[in-house]
Design a protein around this ligand. Sequence first.
Ligand SMILES: Cc1cc2nc3c(=O)[nH]c(=O)nc-3n(C[C@H](O)[C@H](O)[C@H](O)COP(=O)(O)OP(=O)(O)OC[C@H]3O[C@@H](n4cnc5c(N)ncnc54)[C@H](O)[C@@H]3O)c2cc1C
Length: 477
Amino acid sequence: MVHEGAALNRTEGRHRVVIIGSGFGGLQAAKSLKRSDVDVTLISKTTSHLFQPLLYQVATGILSEGEIAPTTRLVLRKQKNVRVMLGEVVAIDLAAKTVTSKLMAMQTVVPFDSLIVAAGAQQSYFGNDQFATFAPGMKTIDDALELRGRILGAFEAAEVATDHAERERRLTFVVVGGGPTGVELAGQIAELAERTLAGAFRTITPSECRVILVEGAGALIPPMGPKLGAIAQRRLEKLGVEIRLDSLVTNVDYTGVTVKHKEGDEERIDCACKVWSAGVQASPLGLMIAEQTDGTQTDRAGRVVVEPDLTVKGHPNVFVIGDLMSVPGVPGMAQGALQGAKYAAAVIKRSVAGRDDPANRAPFKYFDKGSMATVSRFSAVAQIGKVEFGGFIAWLAWLVLHLVYLVGYKNRFTTLINWFITFISHSRGQMAITSQMIYARLAMDMLANQHNRPAQQSALAAVEEAEKLERERGAQR
Ligand SMILES: Cc1cc2nc3c(=O)[nH]c(=O)nc-3n(C[C@H](O)[C@H](O)[C@H](O)COP(=O)(O)OP(=O)(O)OC[C@H]3O[C@@H](n4cnc5c(N)ncnc54)[C@H](O)[C@@H]3O)c2cc1C
């Protein structure tokens, strides 16, 4: 079933902007076009705007998914020049100026005059996609809820296990990747065990669990430099986290992981719960676009090497922003996406007003506002310009900044309350887990596989198969 992109209430001849993605880049681009004489269609494969930096708090029971992922169409409901569409973009035709998206069996083709692609990145297993079955990443709400299920489920299984080795395996947690996400997650699993779960079990002592953080480089949080890496390491070690630096995970299976150290020796760690936060791979839409241009390249992570005005060669109306763009000196962080989105929207506004000269556009300039990572309760590391610091002040700065950037007053308020509960008392508000959290992804992958749909790539593909099954059952009754 193919639909022409429904142009609801569109003014004839008005400039049409299509935005792909509802993350930091996509949402900001739509907001920046608020007062413009354009029709915007925002297409995303998720219904929400996800604040990824706080995903680890959903995984460890501090926040609910709703607090960090408001519904995009509700965020934009007052902005009348935007239409929000759920769907996975499966094709972009730069020559025909169309974007094709799919939602279950429905396919929609939307024409554009300007295109902003902000499809972000996904987890990379460096060619070992089979690891994903045993070690979920941390990119989506599904990932975070699955991890919450796996982390809390591991303690439950350990309480029931009678075999000593199996109990130890259940109580061993391995986090792969010592970047900000890995550090935050390792610290939170340790605190969850030490504070929140203390006294709640009868046959196990949660604080006796092992949390092991494996990092390939010689220091934690490599982009923030050795000084901050060392501060994070000291703090984590104080919490009892075991840190393996200069170590690569070479295998992941149901029973555990294999780690290869710099010296060449291998270590086998039996563990039930593994988390992968080691690498990113840009959305395949990047390559799809680059291949249609005369010479635009993608880098090793699949990001598009854009022109100084964030467009692709020969297409001054096609912008690639955020984690999908490759610009020297711009890290894959929220600020890069937000600033890129504002820049692209400003160019489009000038173009609509007839004041744009594509050959003489001022290049995109990134303003580095610094970076931060929390390590544990009351402790973070921060880098602002040349200033590097860690500890309580950095943690307070982190807290304020994340509140400011969360979307929606209600979300900020409830997040603040949840933080207060978690950091001051021993409890956490979001400790519920369901079997669907843990096993639904496996079931969906199997469903997608059964029908030769690419596993891992599209939850919506599995949804389509599930809907088909439901329809068939309905017909049998
Ligand atoms: C766990 C984690 C922690 C992080 N912590 C920090 C931090 O502390 N500070 C910081 O600055 N940055 C942090 N980042 C990085 C930051 O979140 C990203 O740089 C930022 O989200 C990039 O924005 P984006 O718009 O490019 O992509 P995203 O925010 O990833 O959005 C991509 C959007 O595209 C949609 N999409 C993808 N493919 C398709 C398709 N085919 N069809 C339709 N829609 C599609 C997705 O559904 C999503 O809405 C973190 C990232 C992660 C994963």
